[in-house]
Design a protein around this ligand. Structure first.
Ligand SMILES: CC(C)(COP(=O)(O)OP(=O)(O)OC[C@H]1O[C@@H](n2cnc3c(N)ncnc32)[C@H](O)[C@@H]1OP(=O)(O)O)[C@@H](O)C(=O)NCCC(=O)NCCS
Length: 132
């Protein structure tokens, strides 16, 4: 993934991807206060043989800075830990000025490197311990 545009394109394509048996699956984890009130979403899935990419992660403004984003990323890591057939590494691309998202990665002990192809972005990587 190189940019937010890639993520948006992927999300638009995801319903058709779900119908392609050989395609990489896309998973969506949703944080909700009630059944009908979504407050945050993470979209992720295997991205080739080496990594699971988090394509997009967002929390509605009124519920930001309350731990929801951290919980969503933690839920993705837990899911990857329980998928024996998925790559071990979880990666994402974060703008270098996105302090909250970088802080979440820092709290989860992610490796954070400047993207060698575009210094405006950071590449994050985590390897949760496989449980299955
Ligand atoms: C990034 C985002 C998902 C974070 O969600 P969130 O629910 O607010 O995150 P959390 O509350 O779990 O954690 C945010 C952390 O960043 C810190 N933080 C928030 N704003 C900050 C700022 N401007 N500078 C430094 N740290 C900041 C918070 O204090 C918190 O750290 P702490 O737990 O040590 O106190 C949310 O801001 C968002 O949806 N942004 C728009 C979409 C986006 O940028 N997505 C990521 C694309 S890669």
């Amino acid at each position: 993934m190189r940019s937010e545009y890639d993520a948006q394109r992927l999300i638009r394509r995801s319903p058709s991807l779900l119908d392609v048996p050989e395609g990489d699956p896309i998973e969506i984890v949703v944080a909700a206060e009630q059944v009908d009130h979504v407050i945050g979403v993470a979209v992720y899935g295997p991205d080739g043989p080496d990594a699971v990419t988090i394509w997009s992660l967002g929390v509605i403004r009124p519920r930001q800075r309350q731990g929801v984003g951290t919980s969503l990323k933690t839920a993705v890591l837990a899911e990857v830990a329980f998928r024996p057939d998925w790559p071990a590494k979880v990666q994402s691309v974060v703008h270098r000025e996105n302090a909250p998202m970088l802080r979440i990665n820092e709290k989860l002990n992610a490796r954070i490197d400047t993207d060698p192809l575009d210094v405006r972005y950071c590449l994050t990587a985590l390897v949760p311990k496989k449980l299955a």
